[in-house]
Design a protein around this ligand. Sequence first.
Ligand SMILES: NC(=O)C1=CN([C@@H]2O[C@H](COP(=O)(O)OP(=O)(O)OC[C@H]3O[C@@H](n4cnc5c(N)ncnc54)[C@H](OP(=O)(O)O)[C@@H]3O)[C@@H](O)[C@H]2O)C=CC1
Ligand SMILES: CC(=O)N[C@@H](CCC(=O)OP(=O)(O)O)C(=O)O
Length: 343
Amino acid sequence: MKASIIGTTGYGGVELLRILHQHPEFDIHSIHSTSSEEPIWKEYPHLFPVMKEKLQPIDLDEISAKADVVFLATPSGASSALAEKLMEKDIKVIDLSGDLRLNPDSYEKWYKKRAGDPSIIKQAVYGLSEWNENEIQTAQLIANPGCYPTATLLGLGPIVKEGLVDMGSIIVDAKSGVSGAGRGLARTSSYAEANENLRVYKMNEHQHIPEIEKQLQIWNEDTRPISFTTHLLPITRGIMATCYAQLQSEFETKNILELYHDTYSGKPFVHILPENHFPAVKEVAASNYCNIGLHADQRTGRITIISVIDNLVKGAAGQAVQNANIMFGMNEDTGLNFVPIYP
Ligand SMILES: NC(=O)C1=CN([C@@H]2O[C@H](COP(=O)(O)OP(=O)(O)OC[C@H]3O[C@@H](n4cnc5c(N)ncnc54)[C@H](OP(=O)(O)O)[C@@H]3O)[C@@H](O)[C@H]2O)C=CC1
Ligand SMILES: CC(=O)N[C@@H](CCC(=O)OP(=O)(O)O)C(=O)O
């Protein structure tokens, strides 16, 4: 199967290269850039031993004539127009950006950008692999979930769907490493400002809030607005979403753990940790894992759920390849069965 990547020089793009390079079924057919026609290793010297291919301009006719699937690792605002043209060509497309995840009004409100063609947005299937497998199997266009929503929704899904918590009480305290902001230069993610620091950003206006609420609403019609606060961590990769909610009645941790085990049984990448064990971001680094630990506090009646992922893998390129596997009828873990790197 032939895969093309647009936005290859970004962090999502280079992670797609790493994963697809060792994938047994997908070949990297072509790699595309708006800014370079150099060999990719000049942008990323660690690829010199394995990749001599040159970056190519984005010619959608040529790409769609040869590729079976196109990954858009492009910024929000750029993806929807590319997806629209590729959909005319009857090709499978997986978009890593936020362009296709929300309805147009919500997108314009939260992203402060013009939305793409509503009919294309409507066709996009939300690629939360563990929850939407049936729709993904038959999809032509995938809106790959955001990094924070992936960690948060995998963590909250079982209790929200089962109606175990007061839907007006959900609070998510989320933290990301700096690679989540992409490769471009920004003062807040520069070494001197991010290192040995911890800061809140986009207070109550983060663009992933409506994406999370949209999926919670699908699971539970009593969904109310959530409190969601993002922090920039001085690490390269990793997201931790710490989710709090008020339980509707008295539940013991072990019963809720059983629910999580049942929900994610047969799902190779979601790991529910034993009672009194809580995940750390390094335990999923460079893997497609989402590790979850939780505790029901008998004193407050609240549950705390900790969910960690690697933002570039399960939060972006890894989940995108997992979705491609599902779309092409392969096992979802094909080419993704690598363990985390540690330390
Ligand atoms: N970083 C992360 O952890 C995650 C990122 N995402 C999303 O994935 C996408 C890629 O993110 P990331 O790789 O981090 O971002 P980067 O900024 O690192 O890379 C994006 C790449 O897109 C290309 N690009 C820029 N403008 C345009 C344009 N107008 N048309 C086509 N291509 C363009 C650039 O490559 P070139 O100059 O070669 O064209 C650039 O290198 C984004 O939408 C992001 O929001 C989603 C989940 C997690
Ligand atoms: C650390 C950091 O800055 N992370 C970015 C993640 C952005 C992203 O992934 O953008 P989409 O909206 O296209 O999903 C942020 O919080 O905005």
